[in-house]
Write a protein that binds this ligand. Sequence first.
Ligand SMILES: [Zn+2]
Length: 457
Amino acid sequence: MTDIEARLDAYIEEHRERFLEELFVFLRQPSISTRDEGMGECAEMLAGLMRDVGIETRIIETPRHPIVYGEIFKDANAPTVLVYGHYDVQPPEPLDLWTSPPFEPEIRNGKIYGRGTSDNKAQIFVYVKTMEALRAVTGDVPLNIKFIYEGEEEIGSPNLEPFIRENKEMLKADLAYFSDSHIHESGRPIVILGLKGMLYVELTARGASTDQHSMRATGVPNAAWKLTWALNTLKAPDNKVAIPGFYDDVRPLTNLERDTVAQIPVDEKELLTYFGIDRFLPGRVQDGYYYNLVAEPTCNIAGLDSGYTGPGSKTVLPSVARAKIDMRLVPDQRPEDIMKKLRAHLDAEGYADIEIEEFNHLIPSRTPIDNPALPVIVGALRDSYGKEPIVFPNIGGAGPNYVFTDILEQPCFVVPHATHDQANHAPDESMDLEGFFNGIRTGVRIFPRLATALVRN
Ligand SMILES: [Zn+2]
């Protein structure tokens, strides 16, 4: 550890109580995006907290909830990091399942309990306090930093992509960086390099104009049969998706990515027990659980609905059947292309009359694993946690990181500081107390080290 890093750690330790008090004020302010509760107030409060530590901050309105945008400018030749996060939270209901009220943060068992603690307020406040510590101890933030803290993540970020497209010049940076999700169950920190994409559709098959008595099944088509026959053409028991061209654009993992996946700790027996199954699906790309989680796209039936599904029996011939399908995509698959292939496939199989409605889509992202910022981030995490970081070339979850990797053309690194038992979106959401401080300790290491490592020649 350098002398400066020791002084930064000491500063964080010395101001521990005040950092927590400030975080708690932020946590007490509700910011429930889906029902417009406290959003403007929370944006103002966050902007104030950012200005307090010398971040030049303004509130940028969108058609729904404002973006809190901040900048620290060092000089035109210094590297630039774009820090992203969100200040909105999920609704706290059901309230009776909370041990302490959701907007009255409380510390118990080494955790801060409250709505929005880990998702995402403590994890964005980390970077506000990182700036304070760097300024107080070194007199300077050694590179340019831009902050995008949005208020719509929990409702699907409808205005993030337009904002990014309209402000490409303002948002220019060498890399995008943010803290969300959680560290490994073992307590080892992680770096996530990519998220899967998504195509979520509903298929609707129709038969007669209304439900019929099932004695008419001798002559009247049944929508549920039509739908299940159509679903049967999407994927066979070998678990390969049967839509022609589905795998055409799958980017194979590089050797380094394969080696990295092989180092992700996994106990497959324990996982089988956890899921209550005897074995994983046959026919996947490889046998490794994480290899497939990282590398494989999916075509999943998320829900089925038709006819009578209540208790007891009812003889009915359904006129409508619906299936919800989510497909998790990997680079370089594109949702609109997969949508076209799905339509063409159903048409070719004789299901031109099955309707497809798209609910949402996301482009997959994966930052190249040989990016020079990665070893810097891994080193800073190793030093602040005292544990070896785990690198995920991507994870199974889907998310909008493509706005950074594809639209802004920046590598994107996700570095969580919450723990796996954070219960985000659920009652008793919590943020690990040491996770919060580990986040700041990591931050004060990463930015100065990036400033040196990424300096332009
Ligand atoms: Zn969330």
